[in-house]
Each structure stands twice: as C-alpha cells, then as structure tokens.
Write a protein that binds this ligand. Structure first.
Ligand SMILES: Cc1cc2nc3c(=O)[nH]c(=O)nc-3n(C[C@H](O)[C@H](O)[C@H](O)COP(=O)(O)OP(=O)(O)OC[C@H]3O[C@@H](n4cnc5c(N)ncnc54)[C@H](O)[C@@H]3O)c2cc1C
Length: 112
C-alpha cells in the first residue's frame, strides 16, 4: 500500500487556500489531519493530483461562542480540541463527550 504521487500545497492563509482550491478544482483535495484521506489514497480509493494542506490555518481551529449563532467550531479543530474545550464542557457537554468516544487518542489528536 504505497501512496500515489501527488503535489503538496500548504497555503499561509485562508484566502490563499480558497484561491488554490478554486484554481485547482477537482484535481485537488483538502488535507487536514490526514487520518482518512491518506489511507484512502494508499488503498487506491482516492487519487487527487494535489493536496491542499490546512496545517498553517490556525484561524480554523477556533471553538467560540458567537452571539445569535451559538457555538462555532472551526473546520480544523481536532476531536481532542472538542474534548478539551472549556466552552463545550460548560455549555455543550454532549459534543465534547461524543468526541471523547471517537477513535483512539492518537487519532483524536490529529483528526478534525
Ligand atoms: C483508527 C480510526 C478510528 C476512527 N474511529 C472513529 C469513530 O469512532 N467515530 C467516528 O465518527 N469516526 C472515526 N474515525 C474517522 C475519523 O473521525 C476521521 O478519520 C477524521 O475525523 C478525519 O479528519 P481528518 O482531519 O484526519 O481528515 P482528512 O483525512 O484530512 O480528510 C478527510 C476528508 O475530508 C476532506 N476535508 C478535510 N477537511 C476539510 C475541510 N475543511 N473542508 C473540506 N473538506 C475537508 C478531505 O479532503 C478528505 O476528503 C476513525 C478513523 C480512524 C483512522
């Protein structure tokens, strides 16, 4: 089970990431924690030409309360970010409890 060849792009900002995804179109896939997509690429289920990594986009890790909306969870918040969030533990306990039951700690540390 080898990874197929692919190009790797790691944008510095959300705007750059959106621009890259629009430019590359269906050739590209987003890479976040990689726990799902890398195994699918290894088994031949997916073969994107380009992976656009969200690794540098710390703004997507936020878990915050927004008045009028409720809790907003960033797309790059990990399962363990949900488990450890004081906001979720105080006000939305079912979310952090559910996240705690997912996978193993290693996956919860990187899966989003
Ligand atoms: C050993 C193991 C045990 C697991 N156990 C459970 C479990 O108990 N319960 C459960 O529900 N799940 C479980 N999972 C699944 C796990 O939740 C997912 O693998 C994880 O959430 C994927 O997150 P990631 O950041 O690694 O995504 P990646 O692997 O990086 O991406 C997954 C997919 O989502 C896309 N993607 C990622 N981020 C974005 C984004 N911001 N915008 C658009 N597309 C995006 C990618 O292009 C890709 O197609 C398990 C997985 C493993 C490997």
């Amino acid at each position: 089970m080898y990874l197929p060849d692919f190009d790797y792009y790691m944008p510095d900002s959300l705007a750059e990431a959106c621009e890259a995804l629009a430019r590359f179109g269906s050739k590209a896939k987003v890479l976040s924690g990689g726990t799902d997509i890398i195994s699918k690429m290894k088994s031949g289920l997916l073969s994107p030409e380009i992976l656009v990594s969200l690794k540098k986009l710390d703004e997507l890790t936020k878990i915050e309360y927004v008045a009028g909306k409720g809790v907003v969870i960033g797309a790059r918040a990990t399962h363990n970010d949900l488990v450890n969030s004081s906001l979720l533990n105080e006000k939305y306990l079912s979310i952090s409890e559910a996240a705690h039951h997912m996978a193993a700690n290693q996956i919860r540390n990187i899966g989003t």
